[in-house]
Design a protein around this ligand. Structure first.
Ligand code: ZN
Length: 183
């Protein structure tokens, strides 16, 4: 069964398991317990990992000069699936959101600052979401890292693949026009 993420779905899943699948519920609780015990944050990229340094960060084939900053492990996975990025990541595990009490400390910016200054990183690619909070986060990080002389870039916005102009929202279209490039 597929569940969308979120508290509502979690509740629905819990009810479903309690009602129809007690054995499954017991298995899930054991798995969660083990995960809580075993899973920590990678010392380099901050994503979930059972190892001190995750497999991706430890991969000698990756380009240590490129550091891509994303909000979540799911975002990282999406970029990995494009097979176009060979650098390393830093996973914030969130985004700045002062109203929800999420400040620079909660998204591990000190760890990022230290990580980006390892002497190997040449470019930090800000791949936070194009939401108000994601944009604010990107802006804050660019100010922070910019002060230390690092090259900062922002992932581009534009037309979705297979997107027809008629059906694209005006904001995306306006951005695609502004960020047009030579062909
Ligand atoms: Zn890692």
């Amino acid at each position: 069964m597929l569940f969308r993420s979120g508290p509502k779905s979690a509740q629905r899943m819990a009810f479903h398991l309690l009602q129809h699948d007690r054995e499954g519920a017991a298995m899930l609780s054991r798995a969660l317990y083990q995960a809580v015990e075993a899973v920590h944050h990678c010392a380099m990229c901050n994503t979930f990992s059972e190892l001190e340094v995750c497999e991706l960060c430890a991969d000698p084939e990756r380009d240590h000069a490129l550091l891509c900053v994303v909000e979540t492990p799911a975002d990282q996975l999406m970029i990995e699936q494009t097979l176009t990025f060979k650098g390393l990541y830093f996973v914030l595990m969130g985004r700045l959101s002062p109203l929800d009490g999420v400040g620079p400390k909660q998204i591990h910016l000190e760890k990022l600052l230290k990580r980006a200054q390892d002497g190997l990183v040449k470019e930090v690619i800000l791949s936070t979401n194009y939401t108000v909070e994601g944009e604010a986060t990107a802006h804050y990080i660019s100010e922070l890292l910019g002060k230390h002389g690092l090259k900062i870039t922002r992932i581009a916005r534009g037309m979705p693949m297979g997107g027809e102009i008629e059906y694209v929202d005006a904001g995306t279209l306006a951005q695609a026009m502004m960020e047009r490039r030579n062909v």
